[in-house]
Each structure stands twice: as structure tokens, then as C-alpha cells.
Design a protein around this ligand. Sequence first.
Ligand code: HEM
Length: 484
Amino acid sequence: MLADHRERDADRGTGPRAGRSAQPPGPPGSFLWRILPALKDPLRFLLDLAGTYGDIVTVRANRTYLVNRPDLVKHVLQDNHFNYTKGARYRRALEPFFGRGLLTSEGDLWRRQRRQIQPAFHKHHHQDYAGAIVTTTQEYLATWRRSARTGEPLDVRAAMTDVTLAVLMKTIFGRSAGEDIDAVGRAFLAAHGEMNLTAAFIAPPLPQWVPTPGHRRFTRAIRTIDAFIARLVAERRAEAASGTGAPGLGASGLAAAGTQDFLSLLLAARDPDSGEPMSDTQVRDEVITMLAAGHDTVTEALTWTLYLLAQHPDIAERVRQEVSTVLGSREPRADDLAALPFVGCVVHESMRLYPPIWGLMRTTIAADEIDGYALPPDARVIISPYVVHRSPALWPEPDRFLPDRFAQPQAEGRHRFAYFPFGAGPRLCVGAAFAMLEVPLVTTMLIRAFSIQLVPGQTIRALPGISLRADRPVWVTLREQTQA
Ligand code: HEM
């Protein structure tokens, strides 16, 4: 069990403590033998390791460690981040898809790209982004109303994929979702289905050139996505050359405010040293990173939130009442979210139970010492938000959906690193604030419009792929609410 983090924080020492062995505790026996349950059910495997061996666990001696206690997580991700990279194994698992975009790059390339991309997420864009999110959700509400009227079940994940991709089309490319969105959405699903973070953590992936059916599906999906991005980049360059310019976000006001969409920002960016524009490959890698990192995670966060609300109608009703009191029948804006604290609690509690990014990976550069144990250079450190978020030492009744734990007084004094769905330190999710607009705004609009019931007889499990997704479609039926 994880020890109480407050006590542990207080007694955190600097040198190895008396009686400590060189390696953190871990399961006995051959690593190869133990890897089988890890591959079968990685979440259970990691939870069991934390439950049995505690705060820091040897998964493979001198190679791989699992770190579970908030102050140790802080050490790796934030305090001593200079000594960590994401590492070759992580890059090998993700680069076939993301290339060297912001998520997978390191060092000078990462620093330069982060500096150029960060302004797109500045607070002063929030009202405009919220506008894009709300108008997109309104468009889809009309479709979902038809499902409600006919009683036809709705696949929540597919519905949320449509919304999140359409929102990104507006914010990244400054255009509405066209006919191609279905094909691109399917290609994303297919590519993600073939990628697995477990490969980065526990067992190396097969090289892409091995012609498995999965690799062939992956290659086809990447071709579709690359062709789509290349076409949009070419169109935008042509517009710029002919002086017609970027359309911006139109109705949601970004263009009117003199700000362009993300693609324009990338195309206009210049290297501060050389003055050179970004190469086509770098633009492609950043666009695919934003599309993938920005739609998959938000889709999962929304799907799990709606799944949990469907199972807890009393909590859905509290959300509805808060929304009705604060908004009446008008549409939400970004600055309304501060007045909707219970919606915020619901979203956080959903991401505690089902953090879309379930595992982070770091590799030591030089040797490090964690909790009195010596880790060698080039050692892999796995940090799992899923495991820490379900630690009974940090979260009473950890498997229950109790949104009030994010409200005062229950949240008082909790370690900042007991909950970190967006990571932490310099590699903190660049889109965190964007996500914390989109997930609560879409939830607010959906729960106000409908009550949601799970179609009976479904057993849904969390499947840790590239993100934490439901292992099958989540079918619900919607019933229209009469609005105040
Ligand atoms: C609920 C939604 C989201 C969750 C839970 C989430 C989670 C995360 C986490 C945990 C990381 C850190 C990974 C690490 O340290 O290894 C990360 C990084 C990143 N996220 Fe998100 N994310 C979300 C939404 C978004 C959105 C909306 C975008 C963009 C539109 C985005 C773009 C990125 C990028 C580019 C990085 C890499 C940042 C860097 O290393 O500098 N994410 N995300």
C-alpha cells in the first residue's frame, strides 16, 4: 500500500536510508515469465505491483521501475526533470505515428517547438475556443435529438469522436468538418488501435517493416491522414500566396480578433536563430500531434464522463440543476465555467478514475536516487496516473465515483501530485486548458439537453491502448430534457 504522502513528504531524506537495499522491492522470478500477465492486463499488473510492493517498485532489475508516491512523481516529472528524457523506447513506440512533434521530440527541437506552439493556447484565446466548441456541439445536438426521438441507441465514443475532431478542424485548420472527416476519423481510430503504450513500457514493439495485418492497417491509416494534412497545408499555402489569407475561426471570432488558427501559426513561425520556416515534415508532425493528442484524449475523457453520469443519474441531476441555475437556457461561455464548480468536480473525478493518458514514461540520463534507492543511468521509470489516482492511501474508496472529493473541504491538503491527468513539469500537456474548456462545456450542453441511460447488458472494461479507452462501443439511449 502507498504510505500516507504527507508523513512521507515530511520524512523525505536526501541519502539512502538505513536498511535500504540497492534495488527497490519487486516481484521475484524471471522477467520474461512475469511479462505475460503484464501484456494481458497492464493496468491490473501495475496496480498489483503498487499494492504489493509500495511506493517504488523494481519491475526489471537495473532496467525498469514503477514510481507511485506523489512526492516521488514530483521528483521525476518536475524537481529533477533535467535528468530525464522520454527515452528511445517511448519514441520508437510513438514516432511511427507522431513523427517528431511536440509529444515525442526532446532537447533543443522540443524547446523551440514548445516556444512557438505555446502561444496558440494562451488564455486570451479561451473565449474564442469556447465559441468553436459550443457551436460545434450545437450542430451535433440536432443529430442526437433525432436519436432521442427515435429511441435509437447512440455509440457515445463515436459521437464524441465526431465532436472533438470537428472542434479541432475549426481550431487547427479554421474550417468546418467536411465530408473527409469520416474517413479521417476512421483512420485515426485504426492507427490508434494498432498502437500500444504498453509496448513503450514493458515489451518492445515489433518494427513497422514486419508485415503483420495490424501494421498494414496502420500504414493505410497513416497514408489517409498524411494525404489529408498535405492537402490542407497546400490549400493554406495557396491562399496565403494569392492573398486570400486564412479563414480563421469565422463565427467564433478568432479571425475577427486578428488571430489565426493553429496551422497559420505553424506556417508563419520562424526559427529565432536561422529565420527559417518550419519544414513540411515538421508542420506535418505538429499537426498530426495536435489532431491526435487533442482529439483522442478529449474523446476518452468525455466518453468516460458520460458513461459515469449514465450510471449515476442522481449526480447527472445535480449537474443539470447547477447548469440551469447558472445559465438558464443560454449557451455557456468560457468564463461561465468558474460558476459551475460541480461540473468541474465531475470532470476531474472522471479523469481520476479513467485518466485518458494512463501511463507516462521517463528514462534517467545520469544515475538518480529516488526514495533512498539508486537508479542507474538509462533506467526506465513508469509513472501511471491510473495507479496513483486509485491508491487507497490517497483516495478513500478509490474505485467509487464521488465527485465531491474535488470540492472543499475534502480536497483540502491533498498532495498536488495525487492527481495529475495532464502530467506535470515542463512536459505538462500543452492543451490542458483547452481540454478543460472542451470537456466541461460539452458535458454541460449534453447533460442539460438529455438524460442518458446505458443500454442494459453491456460490460465495459478500460483498455490501455495509446489512451485509456472503453474496450467496446458504449451504447446509450438519450431522453430529451424539457429545458427551463
Ligand atoms: C483530457 C484531455 C487531455 C489529457 C488527459 C491530456 C494528457 C496529457 C499528458 C498526461 C501529457 C504529458 C505526457 C508526458 O509527460 O509524457 C500530455 C502532453 C501533450 N498534450 Fe495533452 N492531454 C489532453 C488534451 C490535449 C489537447 C486538447 C491537446 C492539443 C490540442 C493536447 C496536446 C498535447 C501535446 C502536444 C503534448 C506534448 C507536450 C510537450 O511535451 O511539450 N493534449 N497530454
